[in-house]
Design a protein around this ligand. Sequence first.
Ligand code: NAD
Length: 443
Amino acid sequence: MKITIFGTGYVGLVTGTCLADVGHDVMCMDVDADKIARLEAGEIPIYEPGLEEMVKANVAEGRLRFTTDPAAAVDFGVLQFIAVGTPPDEDGSADLQYVLAVAETIGRHMTEEKVVVDKSTVPVGTADRVKAAVAGALAERGAAIDFEVCSNPEFLKEGAAIEDFTHGARIIVGTESERVKTLMRECYAPYIRLHDKLMFMDVRAAELTKYAANAMLATKISFMNEIANLAERLGADVEQVRRGIGSDPRIGYQFIYPGCGYGGSCFPKDVQALARTAGEVDYEAELLGAVEAVNRRQKQTLFAKLSRAFDGDLAGRTIALWGLAFKPNTDDMRDAPSRTLMEALWAAGARVQAYDPEAMDECRRLYGEREDLALVEDRVQAVEGADALVICTEWKAFRSVDFAWLKSRLTLPVVVDGRNLFEPETARAAGLLYYAVGRGDSL
Ligand code: NAD
């Protein structure tokens, strides 16, 4: 099957590569010429485990190609996937300019019937706007060519994107058209051999399903952070509470880890966008507002704990950070808790000495050269000469540490663990001033 993907970010590149890997003929288009040049040179612009090998293999086999040429891209595939960004607008709603720009491109260049597949996360009703944008561009040319628009939201997680795309729990397609159903079944046939996980539904239901899923997951995190903050003040250990409630199959263990707040490119913007959509239909989504407010506060707790440990005076201090990415196995720092912390530390006159296994280039790109930021080679160098350590991301490489060694490196042996990686008693027995999230300490 010939397939075109617009956008070669986390979703577009993974989608295109995985579809090529199961035998489809794929063309990926991006307006970012630099990104396409790098991809053509075999360089992968994002960090995603396993992706580089897969891209190279499929390019070599001739099933995956890259372009900046819109006409060639539209001409190529019978399915035209839109996988461009939908960042938050100033008011929190999803900014659809990139999605609609692709729709116009398709309308401007198509010469035969196409199916437009919306994979970007977009508010309910966007398929109608995409349809209008394609139709508008066609009308401008005086062309009358049939096309259809369906919704196919993506549920992959960065860091496990290939596994999620190929073995995801479900493939959702919003359409009423039998022809689209047939084509989408053909596209995803290689993934539904084990069991049929293709779920067809109304376009609006498909669009809402994506937001509902992310809002539910964000709710679980904020709920658990709320309990952690309570536990902290009540002298209870939230990790024991987590195990206690997770054992109930109605609750389950997944996604109830307390921490320093959720970040990334999806949860913050999708919760906001859904709340915004609610507002547009005169419904006040109170729970969504609370989920977001709790998260915003949670991202400030690392700084608050640190500040209390230093009696409110962090000026001139050097703070080590382990982890910059919003979660392990990605280089993505969008809305990461590490950024809230670093920016607060700089405002308080402190210096940051940071290490992340993958996100160093991204951090350099975001903040450039600055005197109060040193990006170092490894976690050992990060704590060298530092006054305190903060753990922002639960990378595997940070999960085991010699506490006696750590104490000997830090001038004031303060450790703020935003991911609850260690047992407080063990860390404290080694002489560290150890503070976690919701583990009975009052700091
Ligand atoms: P991204 O920012 O990594 O990539 C978007 C790409 O689209 C960029 O390379 C950009 O240059 C390109 N682009 C912009 N305008 C274009 C145009 N007119 N034609 C062609 N390319 C264009 O974004 P992402 O993280 O891949 O997210 C894409 C969408 O998928 C968003 O709606 C997001 O919410 C959703 N989503 C993301 C994830 C995730 O984990 N990142 C997971 C599920 C869904």
